[in-house]
Ligand binder design. Structure first.
Ligand code: FBP
Length: 297
């Protein structure tokens, strides 16, 4: 077979696999949500980052691993809840998920999300290997954001496992009107605190912070502005994970016309070893992220 034929076959298979991952995320999310009420308790284990796992984290991870792992074209599955990635097939694409981002919000019944990233290559992968990424937001309405082929679309997810495209080509509004910064304020660096105070002084902006990155990032995608989970004095690498949070959210926000940073460069250019490596995260309108980088310089 000629090389071009092989490439065409590979590309067609990859497109089918990516569509398959998106369909599985969309059809599994209603089940994850339905399974939450009895699972607002801690599980017996900690996750690989040493954080308390909720029974819901484990439940969502098991469902996604089983279904995504059975897809043709997926070679590896990894999640924030497992120490190692799992070999699930012979495909060249790898899928990394945060099954329930913000699961500490389960107790107060607040927003949470499911994040997914599809990489062309083995895990841990690089941000520039991403071929699709997105997230589900469990809010009053269940929505899903998907970035692939250079555009970002929004879907509404229904309880019967169907999904409906509601917005095509989503982009960040030019004038950002909200901001949300994680971590304890006394734990922020002086430079970040000075930047935060400057952002607060602008009367056109309002604080919107809910403690679940997906809820907070979706506010930025909707209204524009800036979200940060910064470097902390006690945690120079910040809290959020590169493979499961930094890269996929970097991909979504940059595909939607925004900017992202780890403090000095795009989140997609972060170079870290290890499946569970962490990174500071700053995402939002280009002008605000540029100001942030200048403030931290
Ligand atoms: P999990 O994936 O373990 O839920 O942690 C991620 C997260 O909940 C983010 O959604 C959020 O931005 C951050 O941690 C909040 O952490 P903290 O409350 O410790 O500042």
């Amino acid at each position: 077979m000629a090389t071009t034929d092989v490439n065409t076959a590979d590309t067609a298979r990859a497109v089918r696999t990516i569509d398959g991952v998106v369909d599985i995320i969309a059809s599994t999310a209603p089940e994850i949500r339905t399974g939450l009420p009895g699972r607002r308790v801690t599980a017996e284990d900690e996750n690989p980052s040493g954080e308390t796992q909720m029974a819901a984290d484990v439940f969502a991870d098991d469902l996604l691993c089983e279904r995504i792992g059975a897809l043709d074209g997926v070679g590896e599955y990894a999640s924030e809840e497992r120490p190692e990635s799992v070999d699930v097939g012979t495909g060249r694409l790898s899928v990394a998920v945060d099954p329930l981002d913000g699961s500490s919000n389960l107790k107060p019944n607040n927003t949470m999300g499911t994040i997914f990233a599809v990489y062309d290559g083995p895990l841990p992968a690089h941000g520039r290997d991403l071929v699709a990424a997105g997230y589900v937001l469990y809010g009053p309405v269940m929505t899903m954001i998907v970035a692939r082929n250079g555009t970002v679309d929004e879907y509404v997810l229904h309880d019967d496992a169907s999904h409906e495209l509601v917005r095509e080509d989503v982009s960040l509004p030019d004038e950002g009107s909200v901001y949300g910064f994680g971590g304890r304020v006394p734990d922020w660096t002086d430079d970040f605190e000075a930047f935060a105070r400057e952002v607060e002084q602008d009367a056109s902006r309002k604080l919107r912070y809910g403690g679940s990155m997906i809820g907070d990032v979706n506010q930025i995608l909707t209204y524009g502005g800036i979200f940060a989970y910064p470097t902390l004095e006690s945690a120079p690498e910040g809290k959020l994970r590169v493979q499961f949070e930094g890269y996929p959210i970097g991909y979504v926000i940059e595909t939607a016309g925004g900017a992202t940073s780890d403090g000095t460069k795009s989140l997609l250019d972060v170079d870290k070893d290890g499946l569970h490596a962490r990174t500071p995260m700053y995402v939002g309108n280009t002008e605000l992220v540029a100001k942030l980088e200048a403030a931290l310089d």
